[in-house]
Design a protein around this ligand. Sequence first.
Ligand code: ADP
Ligand code: MG
Length: 666
Amino acid sequence: MDISLSQIKGIGPARLKAFEAAGIRTVRELTMFLPKEYRDLTATVPLAGLQPGDTAAVRVRVAGEPTERRAKRLLITKVYVTDDTDTIQVVWYNRPWLKKQLPPGRELLLYGKVEHKQGYISLVSPTVEQGEGLVPVYRSIAGIPPKALRQSVEVALKLCEGQWPDELPESLRRRYGLCERNFAMRNAHFPDSREALEAARRRIAFEELLLYQIALRLFRSTGREGVRIDFDDDAVDAFWQRLPFAPTNAQRRVLSEVAADLRAPKAMARMVQGDVGSGKTAIAFAAIALAYAGGWQSALMAPTEVLARQHYEAAAKLLAPLGIRVGLLVGSLTQKQHRLAHEAIANGEWDLAIGTHALITEGVEYRNLGLVVTDEQHRFGVRQRTMLSEKGDAPNVLVMSATPIPRTLSLILYGDLDISIVDELPPGRTPVATRIVPEAKRSDMYGFLRKEVAKGRQVYFVCPLVEESEAVEALPAEAVYEDLRTNRLPELRIELVHGRMKPADKDAALERFRTGEADVLVSTTVIEVGVNVPNATVMVIENAERFGLAQLHQLRGRVGRGTEASWCFLMAEPNQRLRFLASTTDGFKIAQKDMELRGPGELFGTRQSGALSAGLGSLAGDAELLKLTHDEARTLMADPDDSEAKAVIDLAKDRFADRLRDVAVN
Ligand code: ADP
Ligand code: MG
């Protein structure tokens, strides 16, 4: 099984390189490259039954001559197809060889996405299928055509047939009704049936999730004693009293959890989750004030300089009056400023160092670091945490995240963190009214925007990023900008920002919007618009159906920052998903729904892609499996000398020791 891929027929030096670049060198590794999904060709749908948004297999006949047309760098191929129930259009982009394969009358089995285009149902970029049953779809590897990839996996599987040792103890396997490993591997790639696939998925996911969680726990238990911070009981109240507002109940509750952690002998490892605007900064500042009261230094780390500076300004206002000496350390400082900052941190002149990654990567020596706070999507790895803790006792770590994650999932993602949730917004916010706007209502919406701008308000337009191959009908930011400027809202001042602009131009455009010199800002989502513009009361999201619910929710969090009523317009045909978003402003409910609808795979994949094997759609496919493995991991770790536990723990060490070291935990 550990033989090189070069043994497989059809894999020459070029493909060998391509596989290697994807981290696949041996036959075994190739078989571990699991499909990301399966095309279900077992059930074809009559054309009359297609719904926009579906992904479906259809059995059709080519109904006329295919046409080809060029639009910029795109070649668009269109053809009408028919079955007994209806006739629809099929569209492909940049597939020059296809036209020849579509003579009228030809029978085709197509599989692809159903969309609504100019009022008609179309199938967009479907695959032309030869096989049948459940066909595996793999994540693409540059330099290897999908068909060749599938064939290589098939050969690799044959070479490994019957050779997979079953490493999970038999007793455990029986307890959970898990199928045998060889069966699982074969059916994960080329399922005999839905049921066989489900059994395979369950077996592989169970093993992976169980071992992963055990590995996380191993890490945690090897952590050293933590810094213990003592402070007077009234320190907490004293801090709240200094704030210009009364804390919410959620803020109070979370801070008391944090305070208890700080006092405990074990190092705190806690994540605070809460929607944008829920007031996490105040909690972080309170924790810093407690550390200060106990005589300890703190560090506050933000993902960008802009955010670090914002925190610095806020801390100067709120914390400095308490006697806390605050300093800023970011990459753009001069060499001399860097040196002075390092000195101030080392000799304890600064009680709080605020900054970017520079705080831990520049070999800064702290005098007595007791608390580290990381803010917003900041990737703070297990390794970095160990790095910090190597300098004395482990400091307490507080992680702030605005990405709500369902409880079940956070058990896995952040298995080594305790979690607190700020589930309440400060009073006086006007919730964003969310409306779904179908194409037919578009001009009405522009009328509304004009009125808002006339009242002195500002408007965001957000456009999805689109891949070139599918670019045509989706509206990229530049096209929207042109359309607004020349057709829709020519009288307004409009700015455009996107990822490919020069940073200076981007900043200038953002600045004009922030200062009110522009009425409308058109942007893609690549730019994390860190601008806080309370005067912006409307957000229009183009092609809203392309975004995940959680992302839409994050986006609309940018309006509704002031006291004025605010709106979010989702440009899309209404569907159940978008209606749900319009009906609630609860980030956790939305995250939960997102997970139910799309599976946790996406959330999961982007976060921990370094640690867990990719593929199988969503390994963490169901909440039940998450819970089972979570509980089993705990049981096994409670009695690590038991022979079954020993076997599983060794396996976990083996499988994850290297992978976990570099994984970010938030
Ligand atoms: P986030 O959780 O997104 O980091 P912030 O901490 O930035 O939120 O808080 C958002 C805004 O709400 C800030 O302007 C802050 O001053 C304000 N704020 C925080 N807590 C309260 C509160 N309890 N009452 C009123 N305003 C608050
Ligand atoms: Mg914040």
